[in-house]
Write a protein that binds this ligand. Structure first.
Ligand code: FMN
Ligand code: ADP
Length: 298
């Protein structure tokens, strides 16, 4: 998959390299089952029309630019992870448009002219509620007209779970409630977060206590103790996440990984959130209080 960053308009170099393409449009945080439905349709159309399967997304999130007072946005899938997910779903070209104040002021017509049409798009695929252009004034009802007939438009109907739209907002709400066990019905998978082991200590039975740093851009579930799985070098271990702390530099998780003998220090790991166990954390305990001496074990 080729990643093309677009800042201050589509350059002539990018245009020169474009063949006709099908574009799926949206922010796509989480790449959840609703998004996967859009991407699947776009992929099928691109195969049928024998053109490039592209996605146009934005960075940072429009909210960070339009409502900066609400604090920095945290993501279900920070950009590099989202790109990985797109690639695994067959996307051939990923256009990442820098979302700025100037970009937000573009009229719907100008956006279509200067971005979609310019990229030789022959077919746009987006969801029923997709909006574009200043104040989100453009919709799926205006897109064909704004394209002046230069591209076809496929509007994907609402993909829902138990009558509720599958959305990144719904998933964020589940995380805020600690209901991580309900997330797979929306995401199609466990909620997964990547991190790096900064400190580790062995315990009996080859259990390890690890302190894991997580990028501050990640949205984490509400404070509490969770049953998790930890993936290290392709191997999945059962574990418990005991503690979470936040700072601007990132979040730290204290995780007990069961029956895990390889040295995990400085390894990149993936945490899969399975279930909420209980709300009260033992704030007083750090890694060494858990691990030494053994009788202090939980
Ligand atoms: C050119 C352009 C300008 C936009 N300007 C605004 C805006 O002024 N206000 C707003 O709330 N959203 C604005 N948006 C954001 C869209 O409404 C929408 O949130 C964004 O395209 C991501 O789509 P999605 O949330 O459906 O994935 C703009 C989007 C585009 C493409
Ligand atoms: N449940 C859904 N059913 C149909 N289309 C969807 C659904 N969720 C998102 N979309 C579409 O996917 C694209 C990205 O949407 P986005 O606004 O980033 O998702 P969300 O609403 O989850 O935040 C848009 O074209 C949007 O209309």
């Amino acid at each position: 998959m080729e990643i093309i960053h677009i800042k201050q308009g589509v350059s002539s170099e990018v245009v020169a390299e474009m063949k006709s393409c099908v574009l799926a449009l949206g922010f796509f945080d989480g790449v959840h089952l609703g998004h996967q439905g859009i991407l699947q349709q776009a992929k099928e159309i691109a195969e049928k029309e024998q053109c490039t399967f592209g996605v146009m997304t934005f960075y940072p999130h429009p909210k960070d630019i339009l409502f900066p007072d609400q604090g920095p946005m945290t993501y279900l899938t920070p950009l590099p992870l989202k790109a990985e997910r797109f690639e695994s779903l067959g996307v051939e070209k990923l256009f990442i448009v820098e979302f700025t104040q100037d970009f937000a002021r573009l009229s719907p017509e100008n956006f279509v002219e200067s971005y979609i049409s310019k990229l030789k798009c022959v077919h746009v695929v987006a969801g029923f509620d997709y909006h574009y252009g200043s104040k989100g004034a453009g919709s799926m009802e205006t897109l064909y007209e704004h394209g002046g007939g230069r591209f076809a438009v496929t509007k994907v109907q609402k993909i829902d779970f138990e009558c509720e739209k599958i959305s990144s907002t719904a998933i964020r709400q589940l995380l805020a409630e600690g209901s991580v066990d309900e997330v797979p019905a929306y995401l199609g998978d466990f909620y997964k977060v990547k991190g790096e082991v900064k400190q580790n200590a062995f315990f009996y039975n080859n259990d390890q206590f690890v302190k894991v740093n997580v990028d501050p851009l990640y949205r984490l579930p509400k404070l509490g103790t969770y049953r998790v799985e930890v993936e290290i070098d392709g191997q999945v271990y059962a574990g418990t996440c005991h503690q979470m702390t936040w700072s601007d530099q990132g979040s730290t998780l204290l995780i007990r990984i069961h029956h895990c003998s390889p040295n995990t220090l400085q390894k990149s790991i993936e945490i899969h959130w399975i279930d909420f166990l209980y709300g009260k954390q033992n704030e007083a305990y750090g890694l060494y209080e858990y691990a030494y001496p053994e009788e202090r074990a939980i």
